[in-house]
Design a protein around this ligand. Structure first.
Ligand SMILES: Nc1ncnc2c1ncn2[C@@H]1O[C@H](COP(=O)(O)OP(=O)(O)OP(=O)(O)O)[C@@H](O)[C@H]1O
Length: 552
């Protein structure tokens, strides 16, 4: 429940004026509905009674009928305004929440971000945030409006009819519908949760199927994955069906509650008329008002049927939202690099991956003089990539000191850090639709000459020319290029940043030796001053480096 309140506060805080106006209109809709039916009942009965008494000619039909028309029109107009204001305000608030959530996801520690699957993140950003609209539109605003209308109806019925009748109508309604609504929320919770889980599983499995289609075909697992997608969809339909059945039953019980409440109100009104406490028209007013009160609970009914889905979504969204105010720390002033200091210095570094039992590196030291090229070598799994990720500031050491040109890595503002250090991991994404777009991620406002120079450095010029030039359109993530070409394009993008410190994880992996030698020479030509640290298995890279550091 605290998660729902938290989200409701966020929604409310983002658009308070529109939501207050929308809630006032929601109350107006219900008030107009109750008043409309109450007045109509009173009007028909009073007119009938006047006719029976032989004074029908003197009965003023114009005022009540004008009132009925006014209330009907006011109700429609208020409903329109309420929908417009509350939906618009809620959707705008959800946009803010979605942006906050994206910021939260992007601000996650590198390790957690690396574990978050693309499809899962998509679910958080799209499905979970979508599920939150019901918190304001189908729970809180209708509930506030309903409670206000119950109180108002009690006072109005007391004033216009009789205290006993007013107490019966409002109390029976509050208790009866309260029980039905609590029952709906309780029993719909599990299927609603399961439906949402099934929907998310369906999306994740479908995305996996589309992304890994080739591998699934090769290993003969396409039918299994297709069946898994179908099973998730079946579970989704079953659980949605269960929620719908519960909601329909809740509707039936609410109709019965209304019938019993209004029926007894009619009987009670009759008794009060017989005693001469109220007139028949007043009794009719009470009866019809009781009937009209059923409208107050309809939106909440749907909201409670979706409670499980909303609760889970609210919990997940809250967990990923950046803590209030903590998201943006004031940027520290940028410290200038000290040219005489080592380009990179690591002293007594220890690091253990989350979940691993032992540290992958312990007591590791490194000292790079400006402008040198150093290759980290050693058997697979010795921690070469981990050292690069530490040097890039993507993960923080458990112990030890990392200095970049004489300044503590942790003290460098993010912008300065990324301007001075560029890291090319083993696998990179190529965002964009053309060679130019893909390169421009590393250098916004990229000049064509620079782009061509970088492509020349990584021996890709002829490939790009053969594909129609820099602006030729490519498939998503560079599909249609060979693995080696994709890696070289990512390398060219890294070179275009012109960093002081370049960290390369197996930069010539997948290239034949002559091309690897040409690319390595191109890197140095393009960045003659840069300090370069590579994680290397290949002989060409080891031969090219000024110095080797063997990790054991
Ligand atoms: N995110 C992670 N969580 C847990 N363990 C990890 C993680 N990343 C790497 N490791 C483990 O840490 C060890 C070092 O990994 P790292 O990638 O740094 O080695 P490497 O020397 O670069 O290997 P390779 O030459 O194969 O690329 C490995 O045993 C690896 O399984």
């Amino acid at each position: 429940m605290s998660h729902l309140l938290f989200i409701m506060r966020l929604i409310w805080r983002a658009q308070p004026a529109a939501l207050i106006r929308g809630t006032v209109l929601a109350v107006a809709v219900l008030v107009a509905g109750v008043a409309l039916l109450g007045l109509s009942g009173w009007f028909i009965t009073a007119a009938g009674a006047a006719g029976l008494a032989g004074i029908g000619i003197a009965f003023n039909v114009f005022q009540p009928s004008a009132g009925v028309r006014f209330l009907a029109l006011a109700r429609t107009a208020a409903r329109y305004g309420e929908r417009l204001l509350t939906h618009d305000a809620t959707l705008k608030s959800l946009t803010d929440i979605r942006v906050g959530l994206l910021r939260g996801v992007l601000g996650l520690p590198f390790q957690r971000l690396a574990r978050l699957r693309g499809a899962e993140t998509m679910n958080r950003l799209v499905a979970d945030v979508d599920a939150l609209d019901g918190i304001s539109l189908r729970l809180f605003i209708p509930a506030i409006a309903a409670v206000t209308v119950y109180l108002g109806s009690f006072l109005a019925l007391w004033w216009l009819t009789d205290l006993v009748l007013a107490i019966w109508i409002v109390a029976s309604f509050t208790l009866g519908t309260g029980v039905v609504l609590v029952w709906t929320g309780r029993f719909a919770m599990a299927p609603s949760r399961r439906a949402e889980k099934a929907l998310q599983a369906f999306r994740i499995r479908l995305i996996d199927l589309l992304r890994a289609r080739d591998d699934l075909v090769v290993y003969g697992r396409l039918p299994d994955q297709t069946a898994a997608v179908g099973a998730a969809e079946m579970r989704l339909r079953e659980n949605l069906g269960a929620v719908d059945r519960l909601e329909r039953r809740a509707g039936l019980m609410l109709a019965l509650t209304t019938t019993v409440s209004a029926g007894i109100a009619l009987w009670l009104g009759g008794a009060l008329v017989a005693r001469g406490t109220i007139s028949p028209a007043q009794a009719a007013l009470g009866f019809f008002a009781a009937l009209a009160l059923s409208e107050t609970v309809q939106p909440v009914r749907r909201g409670l049927a979706d409670l499980g889905r909303m609760l889970d979504a609210a919990r997940r969204v809250r967990r990923l939202l950046p803590a209030n105010g903590a998201a943006t720390l004031p940027a520290k002033p940028a410290a200038p690099p000290r040219p005489e200091a080592p380009a990179l210095e690591m002293a007594d570094i220890a690091y253990r991956h989350p979940g691993a039992e032992t540290p992958v590196i312990d007591g590791f030291d490194l000292h790079l003089t400006p402008g040198e090229s150093v290759a980290l070598t050693g058997a697979s799994g010795r921690g070469k990539s981990t050292v690069l990720a530490l040097a890039a500031g993507l993960i923080a050491p458990d112990r030890g000191r990392i200095l970049v040109s004489g300044r503590a890595l942790g003290d460098l503002p993010e912008g300065q850090l990324r301007a001075e250090i560029t890291y090319l991991p083993q696998r990179s994404m190529l965002l964009g639709t053309s060679f130019h777009d893909m390169l421009a991620l590393g250098a916004p406002g990229l000049d064509e000459r620079d782009a061509l120079a970088a492509l020349e450095a990584v021996a890709l010029s002829s490939t790009v020319a053969g594909r129609g030039g820099l602006h030729a359109t490519l498939s998503e993530n560079g599909a249609g290029l060979s693995g080696g070409e994709q890696r070289r394009l990512a390398l060219a993008r890294a070179l275009l940043r012109k960093p002081r410190l370049l960290l390369l994880d197996e930069p010539t992996e997948g290239l034949d030796r002559p091309t690897a030698i040409r690319v390595l020479a191109g890197i140095r030509e393009m960045l003659p001053q840069a300090t370069i640290l590579t994680a290397s298995h290949r002989r060409a890279e080891r031969d090219w480096a000024d110095r080797l550091i063997r990790m054991t």
